[in-house]
Write a protein that binds this ligand. Structure first.
Ligand SMILES: Nc1ncnc2c1ncn2[C@@H]1O[C@H](COP(=O)(O)OP(=O)(O)OP(=O)(O)O)[C@@H](O)[C@H]1O
Ligand SMILES: [Mg+2]
Ligand SMILES: [Zn+2]
Length: 492
């Protein structure tokens, strides 16, 4: 008889805990529990799609019921019980899809069936997949069952959305969190499958699949399957890229260059190219975020190694060149802005405009940031960022003794002095009879009545803190002027 073709994801479902990839903590804990005969009544397996939840649930069911020395952490896969579970027709292991059996009646039927002892096995195992999909009534009914669990029954719930499972259920389960599978582990598993199936695929190709699967081993294995269907047993990098629709790296670099060289005008045509090429803007945004993250990594880590998946030496060199165009802080700011904009893209009625404005905005980021700092320093010199704050003494050194209350530092001189501060003798404000501001009942220390002589003011200006603030302030003024000039020249 000809062997039936099985999709890889099914064919390569691990049959033992040892075969499972990348879920070490979960596997160890489950195996230890079986070994020490501390079998729980209810388990909840949580984690993203395709990371081994259903697989682990079945291995646990086999381990509990294995006829070769079970309960055992290493089911034999040869006895009748193991075989039946592997072939999906064990009468004592029920697998229920919570998404399509989500009502109260479904749970009631389930409760009926767990009332009876397991027929042939030691344990009746009830696996409810996507348990978060149950209705509220169904959850309540389930809760009753969990409160008085029928002896010999083990519940295993699985969910991709832990936060949607009510706390009342959670508190009655042992919760296991399944991790995303790392690119390295995915590549390892793919290599093994490729070896067994005599496929030819480059290391770069495997890494491409790993990257596209975003931590889901099922997705990775299915992609390999699709690649074979598409290319045959020799899988070329170019065909693979075509299949995966991998974003063109050049385009990503064009975006980062536009941002880091502050060329907002380029964003519009680049966005048009993205759309013409048929990329989904939301997915493209994810790629841009990943790209900026990679730039930040090469900026911060001298030898990034595995931190950047699938980077050829040329790509690393290009990333370094991009990283050289901005400071670490600028890159962090870009990443924050991109991430903040990402969820909005999903709901925006004008995704293209949302995308464009986000990127144009970050092109202007450094300018805006410089202005912001400047404004901050004028308003709140003590809190302003940069050099002043780095060497900030406990009390701001620049605050001249003569004018503790003054808002702009008195040291800023004539141009910044408030109207009634230290009026020169003979001026309108110093006229006899002119009211002292806000001092109805007697003299009170205030800036209007705190005469400072010219020499005092001069001394204040010479205080080191004041001087450094002034220098910084002057430098900022120049840079704003430059900005203005630049903007003017760009307009022309
Ligand atoms: N940790 C793993 N080790 C080895 N193979 C895995 C692992 N996780 C997933 N796979 C592969 O993916 C397939 C599906 O895995 P499984 O059904 O256990 O995922 P799941 O976590 O239950 O996903 P879903 O949330 O979509 O139900 C398996 O048959 C196997 O080929
Ligand atoms: Mg599953
Ligand atoms: Zn067995």
């Amino acid at each position: 008889m000809e062997k039936k073709y099985q999709i890889y994801a099914r064919e390569y479902r691990p049959k033992t805990f040892e075969e499972m990839v990348g879920q070490k903590a979960v596997v160890q804990t489950l195996q230890n529990a079986i070994r020490s005969k501390r079998i729980g009544q209810a388990y909840l397996f949580a984690g993203m799609r395709g990371v081994g939840k259903t697989t682990a649930a079945r291995i646990l069911a086999k381990g509990l019921n294995c006829l070769n020395g079970g309960p055992t952490p290493s089911p034999c896969n040869e006895c009748d019980s193991c075989k039946e579970i592997n072939e999906d027709h064990s009468i004592d292991v029920l697998e229920i899809d919570g998404a399509s059996n989500r009502g109260i009646d479904d749970v009631k039927t389930l409760r009926e069936s767990v009332k009876y002892k397991p027929i042939r096995s030691r344990y009746k195992v009830v696996i409810i997949d996507e348990v978060h999909m149950l209705t509220r009534e169904a959850f309540n009914a389930l809760l009753k069952t969990l409160e008085e669990p029928p002896p010999g029954t083990v519940f295993i719930f699985a969910t991709t959305e832990l936060h949607k499972v009510p706390a009342t259920i959670l508190s009655r389960c042992q919760v296991f969190e399944f991790k995303k599978v790392s690119p390295r582990d995915i590549v390892g598993r793919l290599k093994q499958i490729a070896g067994e199936k005599s496929l030819t695929i480059s290391a770069g190709g495997l890494a491409l699949i790993a990257e596209a699967s975003e931590g889901s081993l099922r997705d990775a294995v299915s992609l390999l399957d699709q690649a074979v269907a598409f290319c045959g047993e020799t899988i070329g990098d170019t065909e693979l890229k075509e299949l995966l629709g991998t974003v063109n790296k050049d385009l990503l670099f064009e975006f980062s260059t536009a941002v880091l060289e502050e060329k907002p005008e380029r964003i519009f045509s680049l966005t048009a190219t993205v759309l013409e090429t048929g990329y989904d803007l939301r997915l493209f945004m994810k790629e841009i975020i990943q790209h900026f993250r990679n730039i930040l990594v090469v900026k911060s880590v001298p030898a990034p190694g595995d931190l950047i998946v699938l980077a050829s030496p040329e790509e690393l060199a290009r990333l370094r060149a991009e990283a050289g165009k901005a400071g670490e802080e600028d890159l962090i700011r870009c990443l924050q802005a991109l991430q903040a904009a990402e969820p909005g893209l999903k709901f925006s009625p004008h995704p293209q405009i949302h995308f464009e404005t986000t990127l144009v905005k970050i092109c202007h980021y450094r300018k805006i940031a410089a202005l912001k700092d400047l404004i901050l320093e004028i308003e709140e010199p003590q809190k302003g960022g940069g050099a002043v704050s780095e060497s900030r003494p406990a009390k701001p050194a620049w605050t001249p003794a003569v004018s503790r209350k003054a808002e702009p530092p008195a040291g800023l001189g004539e141009g910044f002095r408030t109207r009634n501060a230290n009026p020169p003798a003979g001026s309108a404000e110093a006229r006899p009879g002119a009211k002292a501001p806000s001092a109805p009942d007697g003299p009170r220390p205030g800036r209007g009545e705190n005469p400072a002589s010219k020499s005092e003011e001069k001394a204040a200006l010479e205080e080191p803190g004041v001087k450094s603030f002034l220098d910084k302030f002057k430098a900022r003024i120049i840079s704003v002027d430059e900005l203005k000039a630049k903007a003017d020249s760009e307009e022309e």
